[in-house]
Write a protein that binds this ligand. Structure first.
Ligand code: F55
Length: 795
């Protein structure tokens, strides 16, 4: 530690010419980021040495998204320096908390899928497993959301400005990725060779982010690729005297890693998205193959030493890319290459929604990636032929990889991977019985379930140190190290003192959040009210609209029918994809309700609505510990798993949810009495859908629904009215908010009544905390390790 302090001083002197007492917070921040990164690099050297010596199998985790969250606190905490640095800085008049706040939240992901990838990197590193992540160094992460007059506006997130100090540029490992051009087949005495001509090459520059583990010697790496024009590419034009064009082509090359697509449901058929996917998968695969070859001087044992995990279909071009490298660069035959490839890949599916399953039109795809396209076509031809042979030709409409001139990436992944997994029990069942039922028939045993998990070190340890300290002391266990014995807490479920302590901690967290709400929205909330939280991407299927409709119902009942409910604060936070009109309208609706209530001296005594802008990891860390109610109200069958549900449960919130995704497992864990379940089951949803759901019937036959929707039409906040949304609810809403409204409303009443029985509520909350052990990412990644990857800890 002496060293760390000395290093800080030296850095400040060398880079800024300042003593510590002259330095600014910004300078201290930079010093801490750089020194921490360098310490991790040293530690990485040691753990890498062991890994090289042991020659053990490793996992490469491919994901278009990693939502890492702020890194500095996590790293100092894991390295065990936090307390000492805090004191050292305090001695010189600096607050480490304020320094932490300078770090931008790297928003290299949209939501659940990206955050899951980071939770898994953290957990695997803490448990000493050899894993390396690969993704893109987006210059702009997910947009910064600003709410202006209730409307979402998007601003660029220039996170590298201050975020770059955590990255290490590895200029020794640059790689070229090739696009466009033509392929030519050439036969010689040695066989067929593919010549790739007139291509455009782009440089991939690697930037490494080190992932530290808690109480572990391991440091893993997340490698992020940045696109750069290759020198030669521009020079050609330059020589022709077209200097400005040479800069244009440079800009095009560099646009590949410019920004994260802010959509979490579909790819929109954009050429740039194809280029992003191929850019990062090709660079990564070339790197992985080269490393392997340099170590073993052969690729014959590739599948024994390497697992490549693909996080949804976004990195699926890894598959034809490995085939290409094996055949075109290392002269493997198709059959040998295919045998290696199909033992190397494992695929996780995160959605069953048809519009979210990636499809690329051949016409768009082929010119950009001509060689990759011929390989996919050949995989498909051979697969179709095999289906013919085994008598499955009748199901090729469902299973072929290329169909009606579109490439179905999920089908490519299923055919080429040795393992396919869903992310919750229900989701995996739907994959097997419905979405991919023919595949499940021809590949028995290939489909398995691994229910998602969360990094409890961040979501309990760092987000809620008050609760962590309390539990550790009460139970005499280090839960940061190991969450699995947290069910010891159950012994205290009837202990009044413990229940009260837990309530007090919740109140502290509610107070902290109330402060934040006041500073960011000017709304003063009552911390005795129920904090009812719905935080997640804004989507019709997640049904923020059902929640909003119920609030409008309450508003009307309080204002005109003398209802006096127990006070409640409804907290929302959500980003909408920038082109998603309905989602943006729903945000506007929620913000309008918030304003209308604030302006009403009677209603605001009972209910308040808060919309917190710019939902992101660091905001989630503030909201989750303060929640009493966790709204998980998606239409049953639509939410693959959910992970916010687990984070909220771990922090003592009680779930109000449908039997969807991992809510089912939460229900199984806590039991009927410690969760509020409502609404149609996924089978009932399917039934109703087949039998022509008629929303208007619910409107006509249910007085509360009718009055609420009629009232909604009268809400007019300035120039906006909500007829558009009301029309949708009574006609085309495929997520059937009205079908679940009555059940939701009744269950909300039960929530309210239960909350007033403090003893009962606190006990429910305790049981939720106690039963959350199975949702640790330690458990989830252990299942990946044992069931899919078959890897061992670094020796
Ligand atoms: C991002 C980009 C595209 Cl093109 C498509 C989807 C996404 C994305 O972010 N998906 C996503 O977040 N899916 C979620 O994954 C979570 C982790 O498995 C699940 O818990 C959640 O149910 C699912 O919606």
């Amino acid at each position: 530690m002496d060293n760390f302090a000395t290093d800080i001083k030296k850095y400040l002197e060398k880079i800024f010419g300042n003593t510590i007492d002259e330095a600014s917070e910004r300078q201290i921040y930079q010093a801490l980021m750089v020194i921490t990164r360098d310490r991790l690099a040293e530690k990485r050297f040691e753990s890498n040495k062991k890994l090289k010596e042991s020659q053990q199998k490793r996992v490469y985790y491919m994901s278009m998204e990693f939502l890492v969250g702020k890194t500095l606190r996590n790293n100092l905490y894991n390295l065990g320096y936090e307390d000492e640095i805090k004191h050292f800085l305090a001695k010189h008049g600096f607050s480490l908390e304020r320094i932490y706040n300078i770090e931008p939240d790297p928003g290299l992901g949209n939501g659940g899928l990206g955050r899951l990838a980071s939770c898994y990197m953290d957990a695997l590193t803490s448990n000493d497993y050899p894993i390396m992540g690969f993704s893109i160094l987006y210059e702009f992460g997910i947009f910064k959301q600003v709410i202006s007059d209730g409307w979402q506006q998007e601003y660029p997130d220039n996170w590298l400005d201050l975020g770059r100090y955590g990255l290490l540029y590895r200029n020794d490992e640059e790689i070229e990725v090739k696009f466009y051009g033509n392929t030519k087949e050439e036969w010689s005495s040695e066989g067929l060779h593919i010549r790739y001509e007139d291509y455009t090459a782009i440089k991939a520059e690697p930037y490494d982010l080190f992932i530290s583990g808690y109480d572990s010697d391991t440091v893993n790496v997340l490698r992020l690729w940045k696109s750069k024009a290759t020198g030669g590419f521009n020079m050609k034009l330059f020589e022709k005297g077209e200097y400005s064009k040479s800069l244009e082509s440079e800009a095009i090359a560099e646009s590949i890693s410019k920004l994260l697509y802010p959509a979490d449901d579909n790819d929109n058929g954009k050429a740039l998205r194809i280029k992003q996917q191929y850019f990062f998968t090709s660079a990564s695969l070339q790197q992985i193959v080269k490393n392997h070859y340099d170590t073993y001087m052969t690729l014959d044992n590739f599948a024994e030493k390497v697992v490549i995990h693909i996080n949804d279909t976004h990195p699926s071009m890894c598959i034809p890319e490995l085939m290409r490298i094996l055949m075109d660069e290392y002269e493997y035959s198709w059959d040998k290459a295919w045998s290696i490839t199909t033992k190397t890949f494992a695929y996780t599916n995160h959605t069953i929604m048809a519009e979210a399953l990636e499809k690329w039109s051949v016409d768009l795809f082929q010119p950009i990636l001509p060689r990759i396209y011929t390989i996919i076509r050949e995989i498909n031809n051979r697969f179709c032929k095999w289906c013919n042979d085994i008598g499955a030709a009748g199901e090729l409409d469902e299973m072929s990889i290329i169909h009606n001139n579109v490439i179905r990436m999920a089908n490519l992944c299923i055919v080429s991977s040795y393992s396919v997994n869903g992310v919750s029990m229900l989701h995996t069942e739907i994959l097997k019985k419905d979405t991919f039922k023919s595949f499940n028939r021809i590949y028995p045993g290939k489909f398995i379930n691994v229910t998602n998990g969360i990094a409890h070190r961040r979501w309990l340890g760092q987000a809620n140190p008050e609760l962590t300290r309390y539990l550790n002391k009460l139970l005499g266990v280090d839960f940061i190290k190991d969450l699995s014995s947290i069910d010891k807490l159950l012994e205290y479920q009837d202990d009044k003192a413990v229940l009260e302590d837990l309530e007090n901690i919740k109140n502290i967290k509610k107070l902290q959040l109330a402060e934040y709400i006041k500073s960011s929205t000017a709304i003063k909330v009552d911390t005795n009210s129920i904090f009812d939280v719905q935080i997640k991407r804004l989507h019709e299927y997640k049904r923020q609209l059902l929640n909003a409709l119920h609030i409008i119902y309450l508003y009307r009942m309080i204002k005109f029918n003398g209802l006096k409910p127990y006070p409640r604060t409804f907290i929302f936070s959500a980003k909408a994809s920038s082109g998603y009109v309905m989602a943006k309208n729903i945000i506007k609706l929620i913000c309008s309700i918030s304003e209308i209530i604030e302006a009403d001296p009677i209603v605001r005594e009972y209910i308040k609505v808060v919309f917190l802008e710019d939902y992101r990891v660091s905001l989630a860390e503030k909201i989750i510990p303060a929640a009493n109610v966790s709204e998980q109200i998606s239409q049953a069958g639509k939410e693959a798993s959910g992970t916010g549900n687990m984070k909220l449960m771990l922090n003592g919130a009680v779930t109000l949810g449908t039997m969807d995704g991992a809510n089912v497992e939460i229900h199984n864990a806590v039991g009927q009495d410690n969760i509020f379940i409502f609404g149609l089951s996924s089978e009932e949803v399917e039934e109703l859908f087949k039998n022509d759901y008629r929303a208007i019937d619910y409107y006509n036959n249910n007085q509360d629904i009718k009055e609420t929707i009629d009232f909604m039409r009268t809400l007019d906040n300035g120039h906006t009215n909500f007829n558009y949304i009301a029309d949708y609810l009574v006609s085309t809403d495929p997520y059937m908010c009205l079908a679940d409204f009555e059940s939701y409303k009744n269950t909300q009443k039960i929530v309210e009544d239960t909350y007033q029985d403090k003893g009962k509520w606190n006990k429910m909350s305790l049981v939720n905390i106690a039963k959350s052990g199975i949702f640790s990412a330690d458990r989830a990644t252990k299942e990946y390790v044992e069931k899919i990857w078959k890897i061992e800890k670094i020796k």
